[in-house]
Ligand binder design. Structure first.
Ligand SMILES: Cc1cc2nc3c(=O)[nH]c(=O)nc-3n(C[C@H](O)[C@H](O)[C@H](O)COP(=O)(O)OP(=O)(O)OC[C@H]3O[C@@H](n4cnc5c(N)ncnc54)[C@H](O)[C@@H]3O)c2cc1C
Length: 369
C-alpha cells in the first residue's frame, strides 16, 4: 500500500542533494528530499575546507573540471544574490624548491586548459610582496579561489527548495525500493514509522551511503554498483594567528592536495586535510599526527612551532578506488549502466563536490529530462 506519491524522490540532504532539490523544485517538479539525520549537511558537507575551488588540478573534460569551474562561478553569483558570505581570498600553490618549481608549469597548463580564470605563475619576489612570511621560490596565484560559509549556503538551498514546494523530511531513512510500472515504491523509516512513497524518479545523493542505497533497490545488479572506500582527512588548527591573507597550498603529492592552510569566512585558520585510507568511519583526530603536519607546514611557514598545532576535526572522502593511484571523477549511474529507468545514482562526490554542487544539480536535471 502506497502512503504518498511524488515526481522526484531524492535521498540525502548534503550540499548536493539540497542543490538538486532546489533545482528540480524551481523547475516545477514535485520533490521530496529525505535525510536520515535531524538536519541538513551533518556528514561530509559540514566536514570540509569550505573552499570554492577554481578547478585547477582536474583532467581536462572530466566532470570535476567542468562542474567545478562552472560551479564556482555559480556559487559566487548565488551566494551574492542570497546574502551568503563568501571571501575570494585567492590561493597560492607554493613551490619551496626547484624540483617543485618545475612541476608548477604542468599545474598551470592543466588549470588553463580547464578555463580557470586569471591564473599566473609568479616568482619569488612577487610571492614575497603578497605574503612576506611565506617561504617559496615560486608560486601559482589563483585569485578566483575563495571560501564560503557552507552552513548558510546549505540553509539558503533548503529555503529555496521549500519555498518552491519541495518537502524535506529529516529523520527519514531510505530502507529499500522496488521497481514498479509507475517508477519506484520506496520504503522509508520516518521518525520510527515505516511509510511507502511512490515516485517516478529516484535520485541517490546519499554520499557514503550511496552504494548501500543501490544495493537495496530491486533490479539493480550488484556488480553495477561501485565499491566504497573512505579516505579520512584530519585538520589541525593553531594557537598562533597565521600572517597570511591567501589560502596557501603546497605542490600536490601522494593523491591529496598536501597539508594546506585555509581561512574560513570569519578568518579562522586550519591546516589539512591529510589523507589516510580507513576501513571504519571515525571523525577522531590523532594528536600524534601533529609531527607530520608540522613537518609539512614548516616547509612553507618555518615560523610555526609544533606545540602551536591543535587537533581540530576530520572528514571522510567517499571513494570508489581503494587508493590514490587513480584519478577519481564524479560518477553518475543511470539506466545505461544499471538497467533501471528512472534511477540516477551519484557516487564518489568528494572534493570539489561542495564547489560543484549547483553545477551538479543542473547536470542532474538535464540527465533526468
Ligand atoms: C576532508 C574533506 C575536505 C573537503 N574540502 C572541500 C572543499 O574545500 N571544497 C569543496 O568543494 N569540496 C570539498 N570536499 C568535498 C565536499 O565536502 C563533498 O563533495 C560534498 O560535501 C558532498 O556532498 P554530498 O551531498 O554528496 O554528501 P553528504 O554531505 O555526505 O550528504 C549525503 C547525505 O545523505 C544522507 N544519507 C545517507 N544514507 C541515507 C539513507 N539511507 N537515507 C537517508 N539519508 C541518507 C547522509 O546522512 C548525508 O546527510 C571535501 C571533502 C572532505 C572529506
Amino acid at each position: 500500500m502506497v502512503d504518498a506519491k511524488t515526481d522526484r524522490l531524492i535521498i540525502g540532504a548534503g550540499a548536493v542533494g539540497l542543490a538538486i532539490a532546489r533545482q528540480l523544485a524551481m523547475a516545477g517538479d514535485q520533490v521530496v528530499l529525505i535525510e536520515s539525520n535531524s538536519s541538513f549537511g551533518m556528514e561530509t558537507s559540514s566536514r570540509n575546507s569550505e573552499v570554492i575551488h577554481a578547478g585547477i588540478y582536474y583532467p581536462a573534460n572530466s566532470h570535476k573540471a567542468r562542474l567545478c569551474v562552472k560551479g564556482a562561478h555559480m556559487m559566487y553569483a548565488y551566494c551574492a544574490a542570497r546574502g551568503v558570505k563568501t571571501n575570494q581570498l585567492g590561493k597560492l600553490i607554493v613551490a619551496t624548491d626547484h624540483e617543485q618549481e618545475a612541476r608548477l608549469d604542468t599545474i598551470l597548463k592543466a588549470g588553463k586548459a580547464n578555463d580557470v580564470p586569471d591564473l599566473t605563475l609568479i616568482g619569488k619576489d612577487q610571492v614575497h610582496a603578497l605574503e612576506p612570511d611565506l617561504r617559496a621560490v615560486a608560486a601559482i596565484h589563483s585569485p578566483f579561489t575563495g571560501v564560503v560559509d557552507s552552513h548558510n549556503y546549505m540553509a539558503a538551498l533548503e529555503a529555496d527548495a521549500e519555498n518552491h514546494g519541495a518537502i524535506i523530511a529529516y529523520q527519514s531513512r531510505f530502507i529499500d525500493a522496488e521497481k514498479h510500472s509507475y517508477g519506484y515504491h520506496v520504503r522509508i523509516n520516518s521518525q520510527g514509522e515505516e511509510i511507502i512513497f511512490a515516485c517516478q524518479t529516484l535520485i541517490n545523493a546519499a554520499g557514503h551511503g550511496a552504494h548501500l542505497v543501490s544495493h537495496a533497490i530491486s533490479g539493480i545488479a550488484a556488480d553495477t554498483t561501485p565499491p566504497h572506500y573512505m579516505a579520512k582527512g584530519q585538520y589541525f588548527t593553531t594557537t598562533r594567528k597565521p600572517p597570511f591573507q591567501h589560502l596557501i597550498y603546497p605542490v600536490p603529492s601522494g593523491g591529496g592536495l598536501g597539508i594546506h592552510l585555509t581561512l574560513d569566512c570569519s578568518g579562522g585558520a586550519r591546516f589539512g586535510p591529510d589523507i589516510n585510507w580507513v576501513d571504519q568511519p571515525s571523525y577522531d583526530v590523532d594528536p600524534a599526527y601533529a609531527d607530520q603536519f608540522h613537518q609539512s607546514i614548516s616547509t612553507y611557514w618555518p615560523a610555526l612551532k609544533r606545540d602551536e598545532l591543535v587537533p581540530a576535526w576530520a572528514g571522510l572522502r567517499p571513494k570508489i578506488w581503494p587508493d590514490g593511484s587513480h584519478f577519481q571523477d564524479f560518477t553518475f549511474h543511470d539506466a545505461s549502466i544499471h538497467g533501471c529507468e528512472g534511477y540516477l545514482a551519484l557516487y564518489a562526490i568528494d572534493s570539489p563536490g561542495l564547489t560543484s554542487s549547483l553545477a551538479i544539480a543542473e547536470y542532474v536535471a538535464e540527465r533526468l529530462i
